[in-house]
Design a protein around this ligand. Structure first.
Ligand code: HEC
Length: 115
């Protein structure tokens, strides 16, 4: 972990303690680490920028962080099943899931309503 990350982590723990929420501190993912993981494990189907390249895979760029996290946990636990995702999610740690959620939610998307 970079020193600056350690400082940030210490600061956020202090803030969490100060606000009385240390029991359930918000996990902070690292988007750069998530990006590296996504490049090796996810982009063949979900695209380098989170726009799916495999028919049937979902677009992940700009997705809500909470949603990406909850779905990855669901595939991992077996409460949501898919031949491909169930296998992949089993290899993910909690930290991987935080980092991947951070990365995909950090990709900016713009939407255009149909005329
Ligand atoms: C072999 C292709 C493949 C790979 C590799 C893959 N996925 Fe998927 N992913 C899919 C498919 C297909 C779906 C749709 C599954 C379904 O219908 O439940 C999906 C669905 C998802 C969803 C749910 C999206 C939604 O809108 O509900 C998430 C989140 C996700 N993938 C994340 C990842 C992450 C993170 C990785 C890398 C760790 C990854 N996937 C790797 C094929 C893949």
């Amino acid at each position: 972990m970079h020193t600056s990350n350690k400082v940030l982590l210490a600061l956020s723990l202090l803030l969490a303690a100060a606000s009385g929420s240390l029991a359930a501190p918000a996990l902070a993912g690292d988007a750069a680490v998530g990006r590296a993981k996504a490049q090796t494990l996810c982009q063949n189907c979900h695209g380098e920028n989170g726009v799916a390249v495999l028919p049937g895979a979902a677009n992940l760029s700009g997705q809500q962080k909470e949603y990406v996290r909850s779905q990855l946990r669901a595939y991992r636990s077996g409460s949501r099943r898919n031949d491909q995702m169930s296998i992949i999610a089993k290899t993910l740690t909690d930290a991987d899931i935080e980092n991947l959620s951070e990365w995909y939610s950090a990709i900016k998307v713009t939407v255009e309503m149909p005329k």
